[in-house]
Design a protein around this ligand. Structure first.
Ligand code: PLP
Ligand code: COI
Length: 366
C-alpha cells in the first residue's frame, strides 16, 4: 500500500522579521541562536496516521504539564543544512539520508515513521519559504532541525498515541566560537554515552541529556569536548558529544584514514559516511575499525597517527589538537590543523556550496 501524499496547509507569517534585522542576524549568526520566520508541524494520531500538515509562523508551543515527552523523553531529532549555491539557488545536503536515519531513530524509540518524501518535503517547504535566511557568505548555511516528540497527555509509561513532527531552521556560522581552531578533548572513562542494546545509534534527546555531565567534566579538565569510549571495556574510541571521529595514519598520498566502526553504540553520522567516500575519491585508503585509547596515545608517541579530526553537520570538520585522560595527556601531531584534515574539509564544503562537482548526487536542489 502506498502512503497517500500529505497536503500542507500554508499559513505564511503576516509580519516576517524586517530585512535589516535579518541581515544583522546573518552577519553573525553563531549556532542555534536565531530562528527563521516559519516552522512546519505535522500531527500523528494512532488509527489516523499523519495529518494536519502546516507551514506556519514560528511561535512558541502550548504544552500540557502532563505531556508525555516531558516525563519519559520520547523525542528524536535530526540536523541538516541548506547551502546557498553560486547561482543564488539553494540546495540541501543529503536530506534523504537524514530522513532514513530519522525513521531508524523513530523505530528505536517506538515512535511512528515519517515517510522519507514527507520529511524532505517539509524541509523543502520551510527552506523555500524562508529562503532569504540562507546565508551567502563562505561556509555559512541554514541549519534545519527536524524533530518529533510525543504529544499525548498522561503519565502511563508506554508508547504515546499522539506525536508532533516539526521542522525549524536557524542560520549557522561556525559551531565553535573560535572558528576552525583545533579543539582539546577529554576521554571519559567514568561516564558512558551508550551501551550495547541501548539507544546510542538513535538520534534521541535522552542521549544528549545523558552526555552533559561528562561534557561538564571535560570542561572542568580544561578540555573543549568529551570523547566517549565503549561502555564494556572502556578502551575503544567511539565518538564525541555531537560529532564522529577520524584518525589519519601516515602522511601525503600514502595516508590511511580510519574512523571507528559502527558498533551499534555510536551515531552513524552522515558527514562520517560522506567523508569515507570523499577520502576514497581523493585516493586515500580508508578504513572502519576499532581503535583503542592506547593505540591513539601510542600512535601519537611514535608518529604513526599524524592527524585526528571530528566531523558532523553542525561542526563540519574540526581538528583535534590535544587529548587528555585520567592517565595522561598528549598532543596530536603538532597540535595544529592537519593538512589532510583541511583538504577533506575543503573538499566537502566545495560540494556543499556548489563549488565542486556533486559526483555522488548528494545535493538536493530546491
Ligand atoms: N555523533 C553525534 C552524537 C551527533 O549528535 C552527531 C550530529 O549529528 C554526529 C555524530 C554527526 O552526525 P552527522 O554527520 O549526521 O551530523
Ligand atoms: C548536528 O551536527 O546536527 C548535531 O546534531 C550536533 C549537535 C548540535 C547536537
Amino acid at each position: 500500500m502506498t502512503t497517500p501524499r500529505i497536503e500542507f496547509e500554508l499559513k505564511p507569517a503576516a509580519r516576517p522579521l524586517a530585512a535589516a534585522e535579518r541581515e544583522a542576524v546573518l552577519a553573525n549568526p553563531g549556532f542555534g541562536r536565531y530562528f527563521t520566520d516559519h516552522m512546519v508541524t505535522i500531527q500523528w494520531t494512532e488509527g489516523r496516521g499523519w495529518h494536519d500538515a502546516q507551514l506556519q509562523p514560528y511561535a512558541p508551543l502550548q504544552m500540557d504539564p502532563a505531556n508525555m515527552t516531558l516525563h519519559y523523553a520520547q523525542s528524536i531529532f535530526e540536523g541538516l543544512k541548506a547551502y546557498r549555491q553560486p547561482d543564488d539557488s539553494v540546495a540541501v545536503f543529503r536530506p534523504d539520508a537524514n530522513a532514513r536515519r530519522f525513521q531508524r531513530s523513530a523505530r528505536r524509540l517506538a515512535m511512528p515513521e515519517l515517510p522519507v518524501e514527507t520529511f524532505i518535503e517539509a524541509c523543502d517547504l520551510l527552506v523555500r519559504q524562508d529562503k532569504e535566511w540562507v546565508p551567502s557568505e563562505g561556509e555559512a548555511s541554514l541549519y534545519l532541525r527536524p524533530f518529533m516528540f510525543a504529544s499525548e497527555v498522561g503519565l502511563g509509561v508506554r508508547p504515546a498515541d499522539q506525536y508532533t513532527f516539526m521542522v525549524i531552521a536557524s542560520p549557522a556560522g561556525s559551531y565553535f566560537t573560535g572558528g576552525v581552531q583545533p579543539v582539546s578533548v577529554w576521554l571519559s572513562e567514568e561516564y558512558v554515552r551508550a551501551s550495547p542494546g541501548g539507544t546510542g545509534e538513535a538520534k534521541c534527546a535522552g542521549n544528549y541529556a545523558a552526555s552533559l555531565v561528562a561534557q561538564a567534566e571535560a570542561a572542568a579538565q580544561g578540555c573543549d569536548q568529551v570523547v566517549w569510549l565503549d561502555a564494556v571495556e572502556r578502551r575503544y574510541i567511539e565518538e564525541m558529544g555531537g560529532m564522529n571521529l577520524y584518525f589519519v595514519y601516515g602522511e601525503g598520498e600514502n595516508a590511511r584514514i580510519v574512523t571507528p566502526e559502527l558498533t551499534g553504540t555510536l551515531l552513524p553520522g552522515i558527514t562520517r559516511d560522506s567523508l569515507l567516500r570523499i577520502a576514497a575519491d581523493m585516493g586515500y585508503a580508508t578504513e572502519e575499525a576499532r581503535i583503542t585509547t592506547d593505540e591513539w596515545r601510542q600512535g601519537n608517541a611514535d608518529g604513526s597517527i599524524t592527524e585526528v579530526f571530528a566531523c558532523g553537520t553542525a561542526a563540519v570538520i574540526t581538528p583535534v589538537g590535544e587529548a587528555k585522560s585520567a592517565r595522561g595527556e598528549w598532543r596530536v601531531g603538532d597540535g595544529g590543523a592537519g593538512e589532510i584534515t583541511m583538504k577533506l574539509r575543503e573538499a566537502l564544503l566545495a560540494v556543499q556550496t556548489g563549488q565542486a562537482e556533486d559526483a555522488h548526487g548528494w545535493m538536493h536542489p530546491l
